[in-house]
Ligand binder design. Structure first.
Ligand code: NIG
Ligand code: FE
Length: 409
């Protein structure tokens, strides 16, 4: 018998995608399933996955975690959030419900502009505190890794302040955080357009090299044009950043094909996208990050065509987009429910998309997103006996236990 750090036993079922890269097509719907599954953990990593019977005969440990007939699966990876911000925007709900479009609220100086104002006013301490509370809630709902973007500073000092807060959160929070510079969220009202874009393409890229892994941009009417997108993404890529883009949320400005060919790791939203650009994404294995919580919250009525994407061989990931204006929910279980109900994904596809594929969307698929030997022991236990109960019991929290880097939280 080998002595190890911990053993999770007695599940109704263990389910996980397998591999170190994203799955698409029919493969996205294939999960490994082990009845009465168990996980052996050592040094924060997964040592072995098997049945409870097998692993209890093979290993001894001081920490046995009893899954009590629950479902064991990989922790959720939320690969797209705007989690650090000041204020909140529930005041926009009545306008949205009365039919005012999101881009009209933005054009009239509300929306992202109002969050920018509040975010500039708050201290790092205040921003960090509110963000920590949100991260704790995410963790309780089973998210073990999250990406966080800046984009509510829109001027050099506040963008830097946000990047530093994200760094502090990574150090303090139990979650692993991936940092993205979204200085190109919208164009600030108080800096001339050309001057701001020039900063985004030069000084910002040099100064933020140690603070951000990805650069992102919002390519949309009332945000950045296709020509500006090309310039900013090209400069970011040349400066050594990995790139992502918000595209096709309301209009298809034809930036997705370009970004994919430039080597973007993911393209996010994509409610509006042409088949030819999807084919380019398929060829390059660029991840489509779909965020049905945004469509639900903004009542836009048009969900991304996940079925077509999978058919064309595009890797599909799921994320919340957690932010104060277009999806104030951090609950990946609810996102899975929407993915199944509104985008007609099977539960197997939705789970792959919320774990392994979302890890791929932040370039972490080698380390997280599935339960197999050598991967980080980021594991959740849900109080259910089969995976369809995740979308079925929508809106709540079925997660009872979170294990992060092998530690019971
Ligand atoms: O991904 N679309 C642009 N950015 C965010 C929303 C940000 C906000 O409204 O505060 C999004 O939906
Ligand atoms: Fe977003």
């Amino acid at each position: 018998m080998k002595k190890i750090d911990s053993l999770i036993i007695n599940s109704s079922m263990l389910i996980t995608p397998l591999g170190k890269t994203a799955k698409t097509g029919k493969d996205a719907g294939v999960l490994k399933q082990i009845k009465n599954g168990a996980v052996a953990i050592n040094d924060g990593k997964i040592l072995e996955v098997g049945t409870t019977e097998k692993l209890t005969k093979k290993y001894i440990t001081e920490q046995t975690i009893d899954a009590k007939n629950g479902l064991i699966m990989p922790g959720f990876v939320d690969c797209h959030t705007h989690l650090v911000y000041g204020g909140s925007r529930e005041n926009e709900m009545a306008k949205t419900l009365a039919g005012t479009p999101y881009l009209k609220i933005l054009k009239d100086g509300g929306g992202i502009h109002s969050t920018v104002k509040k975010t500039r006013e708050e201290t790092s301490y205040e921003l960090e505190n509110s963000a920590m509370k949100r991260l704790d809630l995410m963790l309780a709902h089973g998210t073990t890794t999250a990406e966080i973007k800046t984009g509510y500073g829109l001027e050099p000092d506040t963008e830097k302040k946000l990047l530093k807060v994200i760094k502090a959160l990574n150090a303090k929070s139990e979650l692993d955080i991936v940092s993205t510079f979204l200085g190109a969220h919208i164009v600030p009202k108080d800096i001339p357009r050309e001057q701001y874009i020039d900063w985004l393409c030069t000084t910002a890229l040099t100064e933020f090299k140690d603070l951000a892994e990805f650069v992102d941009i919002f390519t949309e009417d009332n945000a950045y044009t296709l020509a500006e997108t090309k310039k900013i993404l090209q400069a970011s890529k040349t400066a050594g950043y990995k790139i992502k883009i918000h595209a096709g949320q309301f209009n298809d400005l034809k930036a997705s094909g370009f970004a994919s060919d430039l080597g973007a790791v993911s393209i996010d939203h994509l409610e509006h996208i042409s088949d030819s650009q999807l084919k380019t994404m398929s060829k390059n294995k660029t991840c489509a990050v779909l965020m049905p919580g945004v469509v639900y919250y903004l009542n836009t009525g048009k969900y991304a065509d996940a079925r077509k994407m999978l058919k064309l061989g595009v890797p599909v990931a799921l994320a919340t987009d957690f932010n104060p204006g277009s999806c104030p929910s951090f609950n990946m279980q609810f996102i899975i429910s929407l993915a199944c109900k509104e985008m007609k994904m099977t539960i197997e596809e939705a789970i792959t998309s919320a774990t392994l594929n979302s890890a791929y969307a932040i370039d972490r698929a080698k380390y997280i997103g599935s339960l197999e030997k050598g991967k980080q022991a980021d594991i959740i236990i849900l109080d259910i006996d089969n995976p369809w109960k995740i979308p079925y019991h929508f809106g709540g929290n079925l997660v009872t236990t979170v294990i992060k880097n092998g530690e019971l939280i």
